[in-house]
Design a protein around this ligand. Structure first.
Ligand code: GLN
Length: 286
C-alpha cells in the first residue's frame, strides 16, 4: 500500500494536482471503505484484485482533474459533511470563515432574534453548518436557503434530510424565492463572484467540472453581490447582519461603498487568513 500510494501521488503530482498525496489517500480509503486514518494501520498490506482496479479507475478520473469531492460524492465542511455532485460548487475552506463570522454574530448578546437566510446555497453547506452550530448551544433559529438552480436545491434538500436538519429551501433568483413579509436576523451568501474574463484562467478542476452558474459573477464578478446589497435592507431586521464572501480586496471595497450608500453601518472588509478571499460584513441600522 505504501508503494502504491507513493506511485499514485507521484503520478497525480505530474498531472498538476496540488494535493497529490492527500487525493490518493482519500481515494484509496474510499475504495477500501475506511478512513484516511485507518489506512495508516494497513500501510504494509497489499491492495489487490477488485480494490486495486477500482482505485486505479478513480485515480484516472482524478488525473483528468475531476475534483476529489465529486469522485467521493461528499466533502467535509466546518463541523459537518455534505454530499455534493456537479450541480453544486465544492465547499471551500475559506467559506468556513464566513460561517465562523455568522456564528460569532449569533453568539453575541447584541444579536437580534430572527431567522437566517442563505442565498445561493448550492449544497446547503453554509445553512447546514450554521444549524449544526446552533444545535451546540441549543439556540436553533429557522434557516432559509435559496438557489436559482433546481438541481442545486435538490442537493441542499437531500443533505438536510440525511443530516436530519430542517433547511427551508426554496428555488428562485435571490430574494424572489423569499416571502415578501419575512425579515431576517442574518443574510449570508457565497455568491458567484468570478469575473467572466477570468473564466478561461481558472484551474481545469474548477473550469471543467464545477457549475459555471455558481461561479461566474459577470464582468467584474459583482453582479450578484450588488443585487444582494441593494435588496438586503428590505429583508433584514434592524440590527441584522449581512455577510458576503468575495474574491479579492478589489471586489470587497466597491461592495463596502455600496453597502454604506444603502445605509448599512459597521461595514467591514476582512481578508480570510491564508486566502485571497474577502468577507464583507455590515449591520442594518436600528
Ligand atoms: N472561490 C471560488 C473559486 O475561486 C469561487 C467561489 C465563488 O464564485 N463563490 O473557484
Amino acid at each position: 500500500m505504501q508503494r502504491l500510494l507513493a506511485w499514485t501521488a507521484d503520478w497525480l503530482a505530474k498531472t498538476g494536482s496540488p494535493t497529490p498525496r492527500i487525493d490518493s489517500e482519500f481515494l484509496l480509503a474510499f475504495v477500501l471503505n475506511s478512513t484516511r486514518l485507518q489506512l495508516i494501520l494497513r500501510f504494509d498490506q497489499p491492495v489487490q484484485g477488485d480494490e486495486l482496479a477500482a482505485f486505479k479507475h478513480l485515480i484516472r478520473r482524478r488525473a483528468r482533474h475531476e475534483p476529489v469531492a465529486y469522485i467521493l460524492g461528499r466533502r467535509g465542511f466546518h463541523d459537518i459533511e455534505v454530499n455534493v455532485n456537479s450541480a453544486v460548487l465544492v465547499p471551500r475552506p475559506e467559506t468556513e470563515t464566513l460561517v465562523d463570522f455568522v456564528v460569532a454574530y449569533l453568539h453575541d448578546s447584541a444579536a437580534v432574534a430572527g431567522p437566517v437566510l442563505d442565498l445561493c446555497t448550492g449544497s446547503g453547506c453554509i445553512g447546514l453548518a450554521l444549524l449544526r452550530e446552533m444545535e451546540k448551544t441549543n439556540a436553533i433559529r429557522d434557516v432559509y436557503a435559496t438557489d436559482i438552480s433546481a438541481a442545486a436545491l435538490e442537493v441542499a434538500s437531500a443533505n438536510a434530510v440525511s443530516q436530519n436538519r430542517v433547511l427551508l429551501a426554496a428555488r428562485g433568483d435571490l430574494f424572489e424565492a423569499v416571502a415578501p413579509d419575512l425579515r431576517f436576523a442574518v443574510i449570508v451568501s457565497n455568491p458567484p463572484y468570478v469575473c467572466t474574463a477570468d473564466w478561461s484562467q481558472l484551474e481545469p478542476d474548477v473550469r471543467n467540472f464545477e457549475p459555471r452558474l455558481a461561479l461566474d459573477g459577470g464582468a467584474d464578478g459583482l453582479d450578484l453581490a450588488r443585487r444582494i446589497v441593494a435588496e438586503a435592507p428590505y429583508f433584514l431586521l434592524p440590527g441584522g447582519l449581512l455577510a458576503l464572501e468575495l474574491g479579492s480586496r478589489a471586489q470587497a471595497l466597491p461592495i463596502c461603498a455600496l453597502a454604506e450608500s444603502r445605509g448599512f453601518t459597521y461595514v467591514r472588509p476582512t481578508q480570510v487568513v491564508g486566502s485571497a478571499t474577502y468577507l464583507v460584513t455590515a449591520l442594518q441600522p436600528y
